[in-house]
Every structure is written in structure tokens, then in C-alpha cells.
Design a protein around this ligand. Sequence first.
Ligand code: PEP
Length: 255
Amino acid sequence: MRTKLIAGNWKMNLGKAESITLAGEIRQKAPKTTKSQVLLIPSFVHIDAVAQVVSKSHLLLGAQDVYYERSGAFTGEVSPEMLLEIGVSHVLVGHSERRHVIGETDAVLNKKVLAASAEKLVVIYCVGETLEERNAGRAAEVILHQLKTGLANLSHDVIAMGHLVIAYEPVWAIGTGQTATPAHAQETHAFIRARLSEIVSPELAGQIRIQYGGSVKKSNAAELLSQPDVDGLLIGGASLIADEFVAIIQAAEGV
Ligand code: PEP
């Protein structure tokens, strides 16, 4: 049984006071979950403030990115150790905005996956095709390439410890209001799990959680989560509204 992971990626949104208020509302209103874990991913500068709010609660704390070196002359970057010290347990690696807006390469993303997981952070490694790639019939090829390059040389121990999560986020569905149908999500998640079986092993692939992301809302969460290979959700826009995010958490409990 894979515990579902419901994650809110706040992206570059919310000031300090707004971040504290949102985390406080979620802490107060979200049910104590039994079937799922709930993760808040604020912007770097407000992680510490949000950490104070979620301290000693059932809410987990994540970062939107991480660097692959431990310390040194890497201006502007944040190391895995720095994140661990302030209570972060999960990091996003390879979010489509990092790939396509910031321009991170496969090689850089692989270094981040290896460095963060070596420090025992749970890595949420994001994959997904653009609209252009989808229309060209290249979605499967693109996702396979992202899996192979991003996870190269990853130790099987990391996976066995549950420290690898995959997020399938079709780029055409992120922030567009256009969601993959539950059937499409299931088909792609099953494809990802089959490829993970080949890349790692069938046993480990069966343990890896695969989240769906792309315009998830309270109105479509339950149906997406009811798919057998959808093991959680990565939510952008809807995670900025406490009642919407809490309703999605409730949906995960009800599935
Ligand atoms: C995301 O940020 O990963 C995301 C899926 O955004 P949205 O839910 O707004 O589409």
C-alpha cells in the first residue's frame, strides 16, 4: 500500500505574512490524515517562517529546489544540509518551470537528485511532456528520457527507503486549467511504473509513489486519486487557497 502524498507547491507566490496565514489555516482546518501525507512547499525565503507554524503538526515541509554541493562559492544556491537544518524533508527536482523557464539540464537535475537523496531528503522528481512534444506523439519518449537521465546512478537503497517520488506533470496542464483526464493520468502513470520496473526493479517500482500534477482542483482530485497508479497530487494554484487545498486533502482521505 503506497501512502498518498498531497503536496502544495506555492511557487514564487505569497509574502511572509501570507505564507504564515495560509500555513496556519491549513494546519487548523486539514484533517489529521491516515491515508496520506500532506506537504507544504513555500518559497525559500519563507520556509523558516512556515516551519514555525507547522512545527509539531502532521504537515511536512518541502523546498522547490536544491543545489547539489554541500557548501562553498555557489552564490544564490541552497544546499541539502541547509534545508535539513530548518526542518525540510522533501525537495522538488526538475519541476517543468525549472526545466523550461530557468533552463536546467538533465545533467544538473541528475546531480540534484543524487545529492539531495544522499542527504536523506525525499526527492520529488518531476517529469512530463510539453504540448508540442505531446502533439508530435513524443510524450512516452520524452518521459522515458527524463526518467533515465534524472535517476541515473541512484542507489536502490534510496528508493527502498521511500526517498524517491515521481511527479508526472504534463506541461500543457500546469497552470492552464486543462487537466489530464483520470484515464490519461492512469495510462501514463502505469507507463512510468513499467519503465521504473526496467530501470530499477519490479519490486522497487511497486513502492515508488507517482504523483499527478497539472490544474488539480477539489472538483477533480478524488477521481484522479481513485486511479490505481496515482499515488498523490502535486498542486500549484489550488494550494494557495486554504479551503481548496483542505478539500483536496479530504478527498484523498475519502478515496
Ligand atoms: C505545479 O506547480 O506543479 C502545478 C501542477 O501547478 P497547477 O496546479 O497550478 O497546474
